[in-house]
Design a protein around this ligand. Structure first.
Ligand SMILES: Nc1nc2c(ncn2[C@@H]2O[C@H](COP(=O)(O)OP(=O)(O)OP(=O)(O)O)[C@@H](O)[C@H]2O)c(=O)[nH]1
Ligand SMILES: [Mg+2]
Ligand SMILES: [Zn+2]
Length: 305
């Protein structure tokens, strides 16, 4: 049996490579191949390890169990979901303070999803050349919120080269997914980390407009410095994924820190007396922005039940 990793998913056909060797070759999917128990719209995702046979071309015959995967609901109300990447060692959640403007609840939603699926997340604050000089306070406030919550935040600029070495180091030896809204600079970052690569990058003249979905496919790239990155299309949002209301706060690392000290278990950290999370919020040890995101998720969770 031959095995390989899916490095590109073009819908009906795929590229496979026997990692860590980089020699991609085309493959198709046999109609009946499905991951056991799956109800997802695309059964094979970039990062999947598969078995294949060669007849006139490579045919994927089996998908091995995933160590993790990241999933997105196709639309908010539909039950259908879409696996976007599998077997990833880390996700870089890329956000720019401006161009496009950051939405913290959106970031928090993605971080929660990573937590649910057991994928360590690092936040990358991109394009700092455009605003670090003029608005250092906002950047510092952002760091305070997310480092306070327990996440690593790396500032980057593909113009000045700031942070690129840290990104390169973090990718070495693993498979890293670059995720985030359209136009935040995911593909630019891939190119900055390894200038020999040629991911498609958005037109400079539209850099200040809303993202325009330059990247349309999930695709893995080998880095000369070691490791693999998965560049991905801009995401508009992740749906919440089958979480009970009581479970949501477990994926807010800063709330988890205090939850053991709440008087009631489980505690939703909203109206309960003796809530240690609310006490931490009042002391300023938990950020109001993150707590508001949490409340938004509780609301939404109720709405979609
Ligand atoms: N000033 C500045 N511009 C950047 C930086 N990184 C990317 N850009 C610009 O931002 C725009 C979008 O970059 P892309 O790399 O295509 O963004 P993306 O996240 O891959 O977008 P999608 O593929 O649509 O999801 C391009 O015009 C880039 O030149 C940066 O560090 N500084
Ligand atoms: Mg792109
Ligand atoms: Zn509580």
């Amino acid at each position: 049996m031959k095995t390989a990793t899916v490095v590109k998913n073009a819908g009906s056909h795929f590229l496979l490579s026997e990692l860590p060797r980089w020699e991609p070759f085309p493959a198709v999917l046999r109609g009946k191949v499905r991951l056991k128990g799956g109800s997802t719209t695309n059964p094979v995702a970039v990062g999947d390890r598969v078995a294949y046979e060669i007849s006139d071309k490579a045919v994927i015959t089996e998908i091995f169990p995933r160590s993790n995967y990241i999933i997105r609901r196709s639309t908010n109300l539909s039950r259908q979901s879409h696996v976007i990447a599998a077997n990833i060692d880390r996700a870089f959640i890329i956000v720019s303070m401006y161009f496009p403007e950051i939405k913290l609840p959106f970031l928090d939603r993605i971080l929660l999803t990573c937590g649910v699926y057991g994928i360590p997340a690092t936040i990358v604050l991109s394009k700092v050349d455009l605003y670090l000089g003029s608005d250092p306070e906002s950047v510092a406030a952002f760091h305070a919120i997310y480092e306070g919550a327990g996440y690593e935040v790396i500032d980057t600029s593909t113009v000045t080269g700031e942070g690129i070495n840290r990104i390169r180091e973090a990718c070495r030896g693993g498979v890293v997914l670059f995720s985030g809204e359209s136009g935040v600079g995911k593909s630019s970052l891939v190119k900055a980390v390894d200038p020999a690569l040629e991911p498609k990058i958005g037109d400079i003249s539209t850099a200040h407009l809303q993202g325009k979905h330059t990247t349309s496919l999930y695709e893995m790239y080998p880095l000369a410095s070691g490791g693999f990155v998965i560049d991905s299309p801009g995401i508009r949002g992740f749906g919440l994924v089958d979480l009970e209301k009581e479970e949501i706060s477990k994926y807010f690392p800063e709330m988890l820190r205090y939850a053991d000290s709440c008087r009631f278990v489980p505690c939703t950290h909203t109206h309960e007396p003796g809530c240690a999370v609310k006490a931490a919020l009042e002391r300023g040890d938990i950020s109001a922005e993150r707590y508001n995101s949490y409340l938004g998720m509780l609301e939404e969770d109720r709405k979609f039940r």
